[in-house]
Design a protein around this ligand. Sequence first.
Ligand code: ZN
Length: 539
Amino acid sequence: MAKYDNNFTDQLRERLSIVDIVSRRVPLVKKGDNYWGCCPFHNEKTPSFSVREDKGFYHCFGCGKHGDIISFTMEMEHVDFMAAIKELAEMAGIPLPEYKPKTHEQIEAEETYISITSDAAKVYAEKLYSPDGAHALSYIRGRGFTDEMIKKYGIGYAPKNNIIANKFVNTKQDKLIATGLVRRGEYGMYDFFRDKLMFPIFNAHGQIVAFSGRSLDGSEPKYINTTDTELFHKRQTLFGFNFARESIHRANRAIIVEGQIDAIQMQCNGFGETVAPLGTALTEDHIAILCKANRNITFCFDGDTAGQKAAARACGIILPFLRDTSDVRFAFVTGGKDPDEILRKSGKAEMDKIINSAMPLVDFLWKITNQNYITNTPSGKAQAEKFLKSQLEKITDKLLRAEYEHEYDSRKFNEWHKWKKKSETPNIEIPDIEFTTKNTLLFIVNTYPELAERYGDFISTFNLDFNQKANNVNLNFESAEKYLISLKLQKYIENLNAEKKQLIVDSLKHNNSDTIKEVDKKIKEAQEKLELLLDTNDK
Ligand SMILES: [Zn+2]
């Protein structure tokens, strides 16, 4: 029987869920860690056929049948290995590679590769504690890394010279170049990583296949990774996954953070189930790999605009992987911090709070819809609905999709339509009582002098009693500024008629409140347009 190399079958096993494949034929019910159904291979009335999503296999306690997605497809479809692979590849949307058995040379090349990368890691690790690496060591210690952590994660230092090219001078050049550690230049071989803090990247088997190097002199980009090689594909690699596997199983969830230092700090501070993509972009492959381990995923992003955008993107990527057993949430670290900083400055309890208050996907998707569109005009509602629909179409589980649609139908009715009947004034929520407004303004003036100065003219229109003490309001600097801007906008449009309000609404329509300045600019633009209109009307 011809065989595809393990790489490809592994890829299929990673991309496809055994639960999905089996449930096409056998109704399954989740109990504990396992899914159960009536065995398709022997006749039974009470389920003894179990499917393990995380392990990727099924086992029948009645007849002893056991296997994975490939054997299941072969048995159920009565096809041979090649045909099963072909069918599964189609399902996974992965092109079928030409049949190439792994040659002796290839196996040998992989062994050489791994031995070079692990030797290089040793060299880097030694260099970190040498005089050359003193600045790197002091940097990583400054980020709260103990010697124990440095050792566990194999952190090292790549010096400025060609240490790897020199060390492996007797190794065949092509083999060295294949690892991405060394390149061929005009004047001979040279090291790819120089003067970098080095983080080894492990494959699922715990072998070092690549490195991520952090710049130490403030130069950009902050991180460079080994470019893709035969054994390393950035888009399919999650940093820390080899260490996190067991914890993901135990915690029954995975956490995704943005950076690898965050991932290490999380893992070492009670969140062993944390991983990070390499570089910023999260891919479908990353999610597929995680979903195979566990479908409960908490994304933890920075609270800034970039983090919000990344979260919205992650939401779009994970929707096709959603099942009725998934628990997907979005947490945000606010105040310009990242998980690493929270853990070092405020400890695990603070991080627990952030993770535990993560927003369920159903709420997050609703939130971004309402943030991105102005939902109190027919056209705004239509745009928002189109967006929502395009997102929900990604959910492959039909029943689940129907439930989501149902949920949003009710939210649309309650929050978009009912609300409109109550009040004719569109737009921005108006603070309920003036006391609240005054109190909030007082609080801002007392807490953020910089804002008081920047928006002084506007604030002074409120007749505030500055001798009064303000009750505490939960607003950080950024939200306080947003509050001021939106209040400014409300005040401005309060006395306009519907047509003019619409003009303002239209100019703000495509604004996702990216930056405060942007909104302020938009208001000014709208004001100018309006004045122009008034001018024309007057004539
Ligand atoms: Zn059976």
